[in-house]
Design a binder for this molecule. Structure first.
Ligand SMILES: C[S@@+](CC[C@H](N)C(=O)[O-])C[C@H]1O[C@@H](n2cnc3c(N)ncnc32)[C@H](O)[C@@H]1O
Length: 280
């Protein structure tokens, strides 16, 4: 079968299960199978796909048909300025999370060596992106999931940062190392009602540990806020991503726990998403 026929048939199958970008996804899968760039596929649309590759293609296409996210099928996702390996153990890095990078960089002068903690590192996309921008800094990245820590370590190695980031598989509750200049976290913050309403791609494929913030969505955010109070230096910064309806709850808890709120920023769709505060 030639590429054009494969793309036509493949995208038709994806459309049947209401996959959002059926053509693009089919082309990307074909590009993975053939080990060619998507542009090359388009330019050589009359090329024939080998029989052994047809079987591979069909396997990947079926995974997409079942709503598995492309980042797991392809095995990577771009975030900020870099490519990150992704698998089912980690949340797929989101463009909205890039706001944390933008905000954090404002508080990390290029020439200063600051000590950073990333709570719930997942793929490691936040801490790796930050250290690539601020090479003088050092970091610890923790996650309750052992498999996530392994992915994050691989990503740090991929970006030659394995000696700059100390990865630890631990619950934030049990972590006891102090004197951080800055703590960042994108914790799981979806409440149990919203969890049921998520798209199938997310709900059935991304790790629950990375999504669920308990019945009110605030379970891990609360832990991070309370624990960071102990782990930060005086005047240290805490930078958090939160759900778009959690601004008031977050601000209240931060104020009650001796933090000064510096700034609240919106995500790409204009929803409150990121808070920067200082431990007084
Ligand atoms: C929303 S994901 C964020 C992943 C990554 N930082 C990102 O922004 O793409 C939250 C991460 O927190 C981890 N996590 C959940 N509860 C935790 C806890 N109590 N202590 C440490 N990590 C936790 C999850 O395993 C998951 O990797």
């Amino acid at each position: 079968m030639i590429y054009s026929e494969i793309i036509k048939k493949g995208s038709k199958k994806l459309k049947k299960n209401k996959i959002k970008n059926p053509y693009l996804d089919t082309e990307l899968i074909l590009s993975k199978v053939t080990n060619k760039k998507r542009e090359e596929i388009i330019l050589n649309i009359n090329n024939k796909l080998k029989n052994k590759d047809i079987t591979k293609f069909q396997k990947y296409l079926s995974r997409r048909y079942e709503k598995e996210p492309m980042a797991y099928i392809l095995g990577y996702k771009y975030f900020w300025k870099s490519k990150f390996l992704t698998n089912k153990s980690v949340l797929i890095p989101r463009p909205d999370t890039e706001i944390i990078i933008e905000e954090t960089l404002k508080y990390l002068p290029l020439d200063k060596s600051k000590k950073i903690l990333d709570v719930g590192t997942g793929s490691g996309c936040i801490i790796v992106s930050l250290l690539k921008e601020r090479p003088k800094c050092t970091a610890t990245a923790i996650d309750i999931s052992k498999n996530a820590i392994n992915v994050a370590k691989t990503n740090a190695k991929l970006h030659q940062l394995e000696n700059k980031i100390n990865f630890i598989n631990i619950d934030i509750d049990k972590y006891k190392s102090y004197n951080y200049d800055l703590i960042i976290s994108n914790p799981p913050y979806i409440n149990s009602i919203d969890l049921k309403r998520l798209d199938d791609d997310i709900k059935f494929h991304e790790p629950m540990l990375a999504l669920s913030g308990g019945s009110d969505g605030f379970r891990v955010l609360k832990k991070v806020i309370l624990k960071s109070k102990k782990l930060l230096k005086i005047n240290g910064k805490l930078i958090l991503e939160f759900g778009h309806r959690q601004k008031d709850q977050c601000s209240k808890m931060l104020n009650e726990n001796g933090y000064y709120i510096n700034q609240i920023s919106k995500d790409l769709s204009g929803k409150d998403r990121c808070i920067v505060c200082t431990k007084l």
